[in-house]
Design a binder for this molecule. Structure first.
Ligand code: ATP
Length: 484
């Protein structure tokens, strides 16, 4: 049976992966907290990404920039002037909606109702209007389509206006010279403003990259689909600085490398696809998304953008500080060094939370096992062992006769290397089930034979197969499976 997003949300909550934020106050829309298992899975994803980007490349280093940045940063990047969504208010419900999403929902409704043609035509009309910045046209389309406010049921709409997605706050004391600053809507700018710091202090030679993991904030109006679209989220971005004219080659290389990364995490090829952007953002000369097939359809998980010299050039203009690199490699065409230029940038940008959601959805497995009257449903998380929150659970078969002590010894011998838990409550079958539900790949059981010959059983999550191995081999056996 197909897994619904509701199943995913329920499982994530029940087993300590994701909780609604401030839940005792009924939550805060589009904000979520990661629980005891969620934080482990998310940290594992971040460290696998970090390793893939920095450790496995000679020429990519990391930074950790602040969330607050000088306000001119966002002027230079274009966010102050154009990081907008078209909004419409309903006068009766006093609710605000993203005008484009109201229309997209209508298109979706046509399509799920079997009228694909009409859905497609509607999307095209929307794209045309947005392309022409025809906000009145967008409003007219909402009215012509008979779209109603889901809360008040009326179509008493205001005009459509652009609404900036950045959160702002003030630094300094309010009475004196308080100034408006923003919570960063993307981590990329922290990398651009540090381009020369890193290049000079790290003596980096082009081509090279700077990677960063950090929080970003967007005042998303229509926040649906769980952690797919949040107001506070985490990005894992890498800006790769290249010589102008070589950007398409790097863009293709990084696009393929990033797809392979997702496959290595265990996301199946048929659930991943490229979506090439035809309409490009103001800063890009090529852009592609890696989409994953979520329970609600193929959606963007990562963006790979060829950003030209747009960002560095605008920072140079606004800051009046040169953002140039001197390339002393010889240009074969002229026989002279390439000299000074503002580098071009290829960016890879993936949401840690979206990747988490993709990995979680993909891991969620329901299977019917057994035959005849013994048939039952088994639910488990088929996570890559490198990503699993807990790698090993150790169980004494019974709570007596020295078995717990033997099991504790094993826990102690493994825990500096792997995240290990010890469990002695309930029947052993129940303990296996609990670990299956959070995706623990290996369960080790200590029984009477263990006391005699120092062997234990390892039970594998995906196959439920059990094999007997010497305790001395545990570390190596587990170790070989928990890396990517
Ligand atoms: P969308 O079109 O879905 O709003 P975007 O194209 O604006 O996304 P980018 O600005 O390219 O996204 O950001 C890069 C990545 O950051 C996205 O691919 C996504 O994984 C993640 N991301 C962006 N917005 C959010 C959000 N509100 N919640 C969670 N992740 C997000």
């Amino acid at each position: 049976p197909a897994t619904s997003l509701q199943d995913i949300i329920a499982h994530a909550k029940e087993y300590g992966f994701v909780f609604p934020s401030s839940e005792i106050y009924d939550g805060l829309q589009a904000v979520y907290d990661y629980g005891q298992n969620g934080v482990e899975l998310k940290n594992n994803l971040k460290s696998v990404w970090w390793k893939a980007m920095t450790q496995l490349h000679d020429n990519v280093v990391g930074i950790d920039a602040s969330i607050f940045m000088h306000p001119l940063t966002w002027k230079a990047s274009g966010h102050v002037d154009s990081f907008n969504d078209p909004m419409i208010d309903n006068r009766d419900s006093k609710k605000r909606y993203r005008a484009d999403q109201l229309i997209e929902l209508k298109a979706e409704a046509y399509e799920t109702g079997g009228d694909e043609e009409r859905g497609k035509a509607l999307r095209e009309e929307l794209a045309r209007l947005l392309g022409n910045e025809d906000l009145d046209g967008v409003r007219n389309l909402i009215i012509a389509e008979g779209i109603k406010d889901p809360i008040s049921g009326t179509d008493n709409w205001t005009e459509v206006r652009q609404f900036n997605l950045m959160f702002s706050t003030q630094v300094g004391s309010l009475a004196e010279d308080a100034s408006l600053i923003y919570l960063r809507p993307e981590t990329a700018q922290g990398i651009f403003v540090n381009f020369l710091n890193v290049q000079k202090t790290g003596r980096m030679k082009i081509p090279f990259g700077i990677a960063q993991i950090g929080k970003a904030f967007r005042n998303e109006i229509v926040a649906r689909q769980f952690t797919f679209r949040m107001r506070e989220f985490e990005q894992m971005e890498m800006q790769f600085f290249v010589r102008p004219g070589t950007e398409m080659e790097w863009y293709e290389r990084w696009r393929d490398a990033r797809l392979n990364f997702h496959k290595a995490l265990g996301l199946p090829a048929e659930k991943l696809k490229f979506h090439i952007h035809e309409k490009l953002a103001h800063y890009a000369n090529a852009a592609v998304d890696i989409e994953y097939q979520f329970p609600f359809g193929f959606r963007e998980m990562e963006g790979i953008h060829s950003r030209t010299d747009f960002d560095l050039k605008s920072h140079q203009e606004l800051s009046r500080k040169k953002q140039q690199y001197f390339d002393n490699d010889v240009d074969p065409a002229t026989g002279k060094p390439f000299g000074n230029y503002i580098p071009y940038v290829v960016e890879t940008s993936v949401g840690a939370d979206r990747l988490f959601l993709a990995v979680f959805c993909n891991a969620f497995t329901k299977e019917t096992v057994g035959e005849g009257d013994d048939q039952k449903e088994r639910t488990y998380l088929k996570l890559h062992p490198a990503l699993a929150p807990i790698k090993v659970a150790v169980f004494p078969l019974v709570r007596k006769d020295g078995l717990p002590e033997k099991a504790q010894e094993i826990v102690k011998s493994l825990r500096s290397e792997f995240r290990v838990v010890y469990e002695e409550r309930d029947a052993i079958g129940k303990r296996y089930t609990r670990q299956d539900l959070i995706g623990t790949p290996f369960c080790v059981a200590v029984d009477y034979q263990s006391l005699e010959d120092n062997t234990v059983t390892i039970r594998y999550r995906d196959t439920t197969e059990q094999i007997r191995v010497p305790i001395s081999e545990l570390k190596a056996r587990i170790g070989q499976d928990v890396s990517i």
